[in-house]
Design a protein around this ligand. Structure first.
Ligand code: OOG
Ligand code: MG
Length: 264
């Protein structure tokens, strides 16, 4: 572990970045002011944002992996997966209206969500352990919203910004992972009735369950685990799509049904 920030700097950055989320305004990326910041520093900031939300009474309902597909890595110009947490108010019902006034510049991503029935702990967590600990999978649209100007960032900055987490919608049908071929599962993302992205589960590290194993192993580096009952977004299968007020978004996943939402 290497760190460059003092405790006071971590607390100040967490307040600064979280305020941008809560007030829906953009900020310059944190590495402009702290060019030597490390991943450990950035995760310290993210975990402090999580602590602030919990102290305010928010519940943490799950986790997300990001930048797990080539499409996303190329779109954002980065090369390593990152994780973030999901707070209770990020979850939005299927077919609901999502208020863009609470967001800076939202984009949508088609993902597979995993819900755990047993804790997952690294190091050494593998796909087999993940599949044994999963209660069910279901399709999900993640609404990401970087707080950084023009959605441009480096990996350290995006980690400090909770991996751009802001909202997510699950729906369609839940399935036992034993019954679905998640690598070959085709997904279609539509905006206003037009297909804008297509892909298959294998885009996420060869199999989306790999992403959950990677999360357990990354968390182990901080002595943390994935608790039972967590919802985990395994990462975008395709590139993210910018949306505007008035847009309707539908995701269809092979054998798992579809889900929609509207942005206002
Ligand atoms: C970072 C979050 C990426 C995904 O699924 O790849 C992400 C970003 O692109 O803003 O959630
Ligand atoms: Mg995502």
């Amino acid at each position: 572990m290497s760190r460059t920030l003092s405790r006071e700097q971590v607390l100040a950055l967490a307040e600064h970045v979280e305020n941008a989320e809560l007030q829906a305004h953009d900020i310059t990326k944190v590495t402009n002011d702290y060019p030597d910041m490390t991943f450990e520093d950035a995760y310290d900031v993210q975990w402090e944002i999580r602590r602030r939300k919990e102290a305010r009474g928010n519940k943490i309902v799950g986790m997300k992996m990001g930048l797990t597909s080539r499409a996303k890595m190329e779109q954002m110009g980065v090369d390593t997966p990152v994780y973030g947490f999901l707070a209770d108010y990020f979850a939005q019902p299927e077919s609901s209206e999502i208020d863009t006034k609470q967001l800076v510049h939202p984009k949508v991503e088609a993902e597979i969500a995993f819900v755990t029935k047993a804790p997952l702990r690294g190091p050494g967590c593998h796909v087999g352990a993940v599949l044994a600990a999963i209660d069910f999978v279901l399709p999900a649209v993640e609404i990401i919203d970087s707080r950084y100007e023009n959605f441009r960032f480096d990996l350290v900055s995006v980690v400090a910004d909770n991996a751009s987490s802001s909202r997510f919608v699950t729906g369609g049908c839940m399935a036992d992972p034993r019954d679905v071929d998640l690598a070959n599962c085709g997904v279609v993302l539509e905006k206003n009735g037009t297909v804008v992205e297509v892909g298959a589960g294998a885009a996420v590290l060869g199999h989306p369950a790999t992403s959950i194993a990677m999360l357990a192993n990354m968390l182990a580096e901080r002595g943390e685990e994935i608790p039972a009952g967590s919802l985990i977004l395994s990462g975008a299968i395709t590139a993210a799509v910018l949306i505007e007020p008035g847009d309707n978004v539908t995701m269809r996943a092979q054998g798992l049904g579809s889900l929609s939402m509207r942005f206002v």
